[in-house]
Design a protein around this ligand. Structure first.
Ligand code: S3P
Length: 184
């Protein structure tokens, strides 16, 4: 079983992917990082030079590739309902192509959904690396988060498990998601 962490930029996907990976001793892959290393170009440059539609196409291919790589490491003795790897998606991954349906069919999707204030606070500190928000002022960013979340909610809501508490520990996180698919 592969866990796909989804949610808005700044929701904590990478943080929890690392934490789960360490706690469970399973590999994790950050999808953006995978694309950057594979293409030898930063996400910002992909948006700038190739445009967002090209990024979305790369993203859809990458999710399947990363899943395939993680599953290939699985041995026959590992049970199907154990967590075998974690994929931290980009904020837009579930909202393009058939990605959300595909992830739901291939693993456990978890929507990390902290409040808009928490997302704003985090993104203000690290927005430069994110092409969609890099040039926005704090007020513009507040509006952007609100609007984009409304647009994206129908996709995020298709997740099989939800985490809304931004201070949840890794142990509590695991307890929450294991109920979603009778894991362990
Ligand atoms: C995006 C989120 C980013 C990255 C790209 C687009 C989005 O990932 O994929 O900048 O559309 O929300 P993070 O959520 O990891 O920042």
């Amino acid at each position: 079983m592969i866990v796909f962490l989804i949610g808005f930029m700044g929701s904590g996907k990478s943080f929890y992917a690392k934490g789960l990976s360490e706690y469970l001793h399973v590999p994790f892959v950050d999808l953006d990082q995978f694309i950057e290393e594979n293409q030898d170009i930063s996400i910002s440059e992909i948006f700038e030079k190739l445009g967002e539609p090209s990024f979305r196409a790369l993203e859809s291919v990458a999710i399947k590739q990363v899943y395939g790589d993680l599953m290939a490491r699985t041995t026959e003795t590992q049970e199907k309902n154990h967590i075998l790897g974690i994929i931290s998606c980009g904020g837009g991954t579930p909202c393009f192509n058939d990605n959300m349906e595909w992830m739901n069919a291939h693993g456990l999707t978890v929507w990390i959904n902290p409040s808009e204030d928490i997302i704003l606070e985090r993104l203000m500190k690290e927005k430069e690396t994110r092409p969609l928000v890099a040039s926005l002022t704090e007020e513009e960013l507040r509006g952007f988060i609100h609007q984009k979340l409304l647009e994206r909610k129908p996709y995020y809501e298709k997740a099989q498990s939800f985490i809304a508490n931004h201070q949840i520990t890794i142990h509590e996180f695991i307890n929450t998601i294991q109920h979603a698919k009778n894991l362990f």
